[in-house]
Design a protein around this ligand. Structure first.
Ligand code: AMP
Ligand code: MG
Length: 404
């Protein structure tokens, strides 16, 4: 049986980033740049003041003399005349430095007497000036292709006047839930029925990771219904099913994939939970059959589907980020498959402590309550004592106890 490392390599080797599309900058948050961006102009465009204060020529100033104030320069209202040596202008933050000035003193360090100023303390040449192009020069590389655009990158591109950019679009992920026992959220389950909770967990997690989710509803464990609903998902960038991929009498998802042109890449990986995970392609479309048990479908989504999604979205490192943390409590080893334990991180003075959830049952949604990391435990690992340094796969960092 494939190991996780072998299986995830097959997933990533079989998926390419989606073709780039042009988007307005404001629609590109969270997306990945598909082009390098160079500056179209200098920033700042001209020398300007970093403080509210007075500007003058440093060499014409001496501690003994007062400087007459001959004008004002405001942001958006520059003083368009040269300032004679030995005089000053009132200047506000962001206002261009007039010709003849190279130094600014803050308002608080000046005594104003009618139309002249006296400096209350010494100053240094060129102080409190932001120089033309000190942030970037026209032609400078601002962002590399492959950069994920967050608020900071969007602000930088806006300052550089970049209104439209090439990005990889958000992948569309179709999710088909399977099982005769499932009812939609909002319905009262009858005898033997349960709510289709996987759809909601998977949708929430995939959206957090940048997907547009297309729910395909619940397919009965029935050939015709499975085929009909699968067809609805074949236009998406990635198709995901939950349930019906193990060896049970009613597990018909793989057969349904095959009837629709499936090229199997793997079925079953030596992991716990999530062993029956199925991966392949229908035409160019990557397709996952995730197991039905809630903690298994969530773990395989984390371990396989989110990296696949991130590869489609153009991320340079699609694998889950890893973080070194210490165990808050002992963890049992000795497993015959690589085991992934759900758990939560808590900040401590010099890092994070990981506490494994005390409900790891793959059938339980409660395994994932408060979970923000998965701990991989190797095949035949010894028992791990509390305090052991381990590496977890990070879903998100806690914002701090009590915050959420
Ligand atoms: P299966 O792989 O279809 O045999 O399902 C394994 C277990 O997961 C069964 O207990 C199912 O009832 C449960 N299950 C399957 N699909 C879902 C779902 N969408 N939401 C919640 N539980 C599910
Ligand atoms: Mg089923």
């Amino acid at each position: 049986m494939l190991s996780y490392d072998e299986a995830i390599k097959l997933v990533l080797d079989n998926i390419a980033p989606l073709p780039a599309v042009e988007k307005p900058l404001d629609e590109a948050g969270g997306l990945v740049l598909a082009e390098a961006i160079n500056a179209r102009w200098d920033m700042p465009p001209a020398d300007n003041s970093a403080m509210d204060g007075f500007a003058f020529d440093f060499n014409s100033w001496s501690a003994a003399t007062a400087l007459p104030v001959i004008g004002r320069s405001y942001a958006g209202h520059p003083l368009n005349e040269s300032v004679p040596s030995g005089s000053a202008v009132r200047i506000m933050t962001g206002a261009p430095l007039p010709d003849g000035c190279d130094t600014v003193v803050p308002l608080e360090q000046v005594e104003e007497n009618g139309d002249s100023i006296q400096l209350l303390k010494g100053c240094k040449p060129l102080q409190h000036v932001r120089f033309a192009a000190e942030e970037f020069h026209r032609g400078d590389l601002l962002l590399q292709t492959g950069t994920c655009l967050r608020a900071g990158e969007i602000g930088l591109l806006a300052a550089a006047g970049i209104a439209r950019i090439l990005v990889h679009p958000a992948p569309k992920v179709a999710i088909l839930s399977t099982g005769d026992e499932l009812v939609d959220l909002g319905e009262q389950p009858g005898p033997g029925q349960i709510v289709n909770s996987n759809l909601h967990l998977l949708s929430a997690r995939l959206r957090e990771s940048g997907a547009e989710v297309i729910p395909l509803g619940i397919a009965l464990d029935d050939e015709a219904d499975l085929d009909q609903r699968l067809q609805l998902g074949l236009q998406a960038d990635l198709l995901l099913t939950s349930g019906g991929v193990s060896v049970g009498d009613k597990d018909q998802v793989q057969d349904a994939f095959v009837r629709n042109g499936f090229e199997k890449i793997f079925w079953k990986v030596a992991i716990k939970p999530g062993k029956p995970v199925l991966f392949g392609k229908i035409g160019p479309q990557p397709v996952f059959g995730l197991p039905g048990n809630p903690a298994s479908s969530a773990a395989t989504c984390e371990l396989f589907t989110i990296p696949a999604l991130r590869r489609l979205a153009g991320h340079q490192d699609p694998l889950p980020p890893r973080l070194k943390v210490r165990l808050a409590a002992p963890v049992k080893g000795g497993g015959k498959r690589q085991t992934f334990l759900w758990g939560s991180l808590h900040p401590e003075s010099d890092g994070y402590l990981f506490t494994a959830s005390n409900r790891q049952g793959s059938g339980q949604n409660r395994s994932l309550q408060r979970a923000n990391a998965l701990l991989p435990v190797a095949v035949d690992s010894p028992d791990l004592e509390s305090g052991t340094l381990v590496e977890v796969l990070l879903m998100r960092l806690p914002a701090g106890e009590g915050i959420y």
